[in-house]
Write a protein that binds this ligand. Structure first.
Ligand code: LLP
Length: 417
């Protein structure tokens, strides 16, 4: 459920007409609905109300300060994968004790920053990383809280680019190695063992792979117990999918029921790292039709947003629903909706039946709140677009549209030219 609905012929974000936002802020623009963000967070939070838990929003999905702040206000923590994300989360006011730090390539300065900040724990992704964190923490006279990210070798049945929990993925440590690494971690001077972690992939539309992973990790937890290592936290990662087209992912409440059934006797504090599930359907990208052309039975709708603004269709062939901002077109047409970028992969919809858009018509790409702006770039020297948040009948720009001056910020022509 989201709050982008028609009132008459006009598409609204909550109580604000999208066309009024574009009139003020311009096109293209990302628009987020605060009520939808809140609803999704609460659905996840309530699903686990029966046990101690923390929802650590995965900042990478949408790192806008306003979005992060919104979840922090609701009691959330964050899952970060870089010093930059930590910086953002701190700016948004996160409680450091609700920060978990994942990622296979943590740099020394990022580890130091996280230790200085006093984050809850590092999700350790390799043997060498464990050693490095211990060295840095010891040098700083600190102990780093850690969980080992275990790669449970479970197929999440999703797109290969976002499958992370199979043996051949670069993520985490295999079960056999993980047990050895816990044994080693116990005696490392800079380490305090706090938990266990897994994240098997993104856009999962079934609960079974999560349950399979939990079963495997429970064995590890029991083995550790036998070794005298007791844990406080069980981080189950993110990955719960959303509806883009005709998928039918489980509701957070159903996901909750199954996960609780599997974890309740462990007595551990559960951590979750949802990204897409919280923000995906809470955001849209609005763009405007520049030109149309018909060629060899193929129709094109050229718009002012491209793969640099929303990379998902080009990168994963993903589907985003297309809706007219004002529903007044005459009939429908099968067309490719393409951007201005000089690449043939620059499409936002392919061979799609859409309203007969004409020059100047605005359209919304639905479910663009996750991995939308966050993955955008200024390729082709196109300033990144503005982001707006709506709450009820109010809206505010939460990121200014970039300017051409922004594009060359930090660039220099050397003296020898
Ligand atoms: N935790 C870790 C360690 C992750 O790597 C990710 C996502 C998440 C949590 C959040 O996963 P989510 O709940 O959003 O599924 N760019 C791709 C998705 C990449 C996911 C990367 N990791 C896309 O646009 O579909």
């Amino acid at each position: 459920m989201h709050h982008f609905q028609y009132k008459g012929k006009e598409l609204y974000a909550e109580d604000v007409a999208i066309k009024d936002i574009v009139a003020k802020v311009g096109s293209p623009v990302y628009i987020y609905s605060q009520a939808t963000l809140e609803r999704h967070f609460k659905a996840m939070d309530e699903a686990f109300a029966a046990v101690p838990h923390t929802i650590c929003y995965s900042v990478k999905a949408n790192s806008n300060l306003a979005v992060v702040k919104n979840f922090i206000n609701l009691g959330g923590g964050v899952d970060i994968v870089s010093g930059g994300e930590l910086y953002r989360a701190l700016k948004a006011g996160v409680d450091p004790q609700k920060v978990v730090y994942s990622g296979v390539g943590k740099k020394d300065d990022e580890i130091e920053y996280a230790l200085n900040t006093g984050i809850l724990m590092f999700n350790v992704e390799s043997e060498q990383e464990l050693t490095r964190i211990s060295e840095i923490a010891s040098r700083m006279g600190k102990k780093a809280g850690i969980a080992i990210r275990v790669n449970p070798d479970v197929d999440p049945q999703t797109h290969p680019y976002i499958t992370t929990g199979l043996k051949n993925a670069k993520f985490g440590i295999t079960i056999e190695r993980a047990i050895e690494e816990y044994r080693r971690a116990k005696d490392l001077p800079g380490i305090e063992i706090l938990g266990i972690d897994c994240h098997i992939g993104s856009q999962l539309t079934k609960v079974t792979p999560f349950v399979d992973a939990i079963k495997k990790l429970k064995n590890v937890i029991n083995t550790l117990k036998g070794m005298g290592i007791s844990l406080k936290y069980f981080d189950l990662g993110g990955g719960l999918g959303i509806q883009y087209n005709d998928e039918a992912p489980p509701l957070p409440a159903d996901y909750g029921t199954e996960i609780l059934a599997e974890t309740k006797d462990l007595g551990l504090h559960l951590l979750f790292e949802p990204g897409r599930n919280l923000v995906g359907n809470a955001g849209i990208l609005v763009a405007t039709c520049l030109y149309t052309k018909q060629r060899d039975e193929k129709n094109f709708i050229m718009i002012d947003a491209g793969m640099n603004d929303l990379a998902r269709p080009a990168l994963y062939g993903s589907y985003h629903g297309v809706k007219p901002v004002v529903n007044d077109q005459d009939g429908v047409i099968v067309a490719d909706i393409v951007g201005p970028i000089c690449e043939s992969g620059d499409f936002l919809a392919k061979d799609r039946e859409v309203p007969m858009f004409k020059q100047g018509d605005m359209m919304a790409f639905m479910s663009a709140g996750a991995y939308g702006f966050a993955m955008s770039s200024s390729y082709n020297s196109r300033p990144r677009v503005a982001e707006v948040m709506v709450k009820g009948d109010r809206f505010e720009v939460v990121r200014e549209r970039e300017t051409v001056e922004d594009l060359i910020k930090g660039e220099k022509v050397p003296a020898f030219l």
